[in-house]
Write a protein that binds this ligand. Sequence first.
Ligand SMILES: Cc1cc2nc3c(=O)[nH]c(=O)nc-3n(C[C@H](O)[C@H](O)[C@H](O)COP(=O)(O)OP(=O)(O)OC[C@H]3O[C@@H](n4cnc5c(N)ncnc54)[C@H](O)[C@@H]3O)c2cc1C
Length: 376
Amino acid sequence: MSDLKTVDCDVLVIGGGITGCFIALSLARKGLKVCLADKGPLFREASGRSGGGVRQQFRNPAELPLAMESVALWQGLGEQLGEDIEYFQGGSLRLHRTRQLHEEDTARVERERGLGLDVRLLSPQQVRARLPVLSEQIELYGGTYCARDGTANPLLLGRALTHALTRAGVALHDHEEIRRLDVSGKRLTGARGSSCHFRCPAAVNAAGPWARKLLASLGLDFPVAFRKSQILVTEPVSPVIREFVSFDKGYLRQAKDGNLHLGVRGIPIGALETSQTLSSFEDVARDFPEAFPFLADIQIIRGFAGITTWTPDGIPILDKVPGVVGLWVASGFSGHGFCLGPVVGKLFCEWITAGRPSLDLSAFAWSRFGSVEKTV
Ligand SMILES: Cc1cc2nc3c(=O)[nH]c(=O)nc-3n(C[C@H](O)[C@H](O)[C@H](O)COP(=O)(O)OP(=O)(O)OC[C@H]3O[C@@H](n4cnc5c(N)ncnc54)[C@H](O)[C@@H]3O)c2cc1C
């Protein structure tokens, strides 16, 4: 006989990262009885380890309308949650250190402007005027700038969302790993966790990289690969950088307290683990002071790593799970899902409660990668 505690709800959200938290919050605010299960504490994986960039420019065209609507939601978020999340629209600046990148981005800026985004191409002089800490020695062909992009503090957001979820009546089940999905006659009936048996007609798999394992338990092959993304944090310094700056070797931003967050390129991984690698220090030491010489005199005080989940085309899979009525999946954000959290929450709530999302999500269908293969 099972010693799992039985819990009934309208929707079970699996995964308490930014995606699952916003989906659960939107559903609870519509009056649904929602359980949110996470295998650990909330916001402890990629969402709490994110660079905090809330960026619209340099997106796949299919994703741009989502990012633009998400930024509209981010603008009132701190007030709505009733807590400071350090959301700040300081702009995003993308540097061009090759002529090729400059040419590619010239076309990209035109395309994004055509979709309604206020993004501009900058000359090398305009970039240097915005970013005086950039080395004068490096070759520069220009950059692109989006004034309404920005950053937020992932840790503060995680805390504010936890409070908001509780206020909205979401039953938070942290340290509750969902191990099995119950399906009867092609319809979801519930899920078994480490201590609870959830009985529910609907669930969303928002388990980040682990979404794949849960779907494999249904015999489905979810087409994602994994990378370890890492950030080093410096001691606090007086304000030097306003924008979220990205260049060919990584990205950097300055947090409200003055610490600089230096992000290096992700490395492909098989096992889902988050130990910091020596290579992150080597990458920063080699690449960052060359472009930003002032960094050579500043201490690194800590670092962390998180797992990013990549689809073959770099945009997420936001879909109903084929062949299982009542089960949805939202994963594969390919290193830029922090910005999208609020809009994905809104759209999934519409989909589950009203039958369809208000933005067209067909570009995010799982079937774009061919037939959804059974692995067993
Ligand atoms: C270093 C780094 C920097 C980044 N920078 C940016 C950035 O600047 N801008 C941006 O937009 N994005 C950025 N990203 C990407 C962004 O953080 C992710 O796309 C986003 O956080 C994904 O959120 P998620 O909720 O889908 O997944 P996650 O945050 O991974 O959450 C999934 C949750 O599911 C839980 N879970 C897993 N399996 C189970 C199970 N079986 N049962 C119950 N719970 C389970 C996990 O414990 C976890 O809490 C960055 C990521 C990293 C790692």
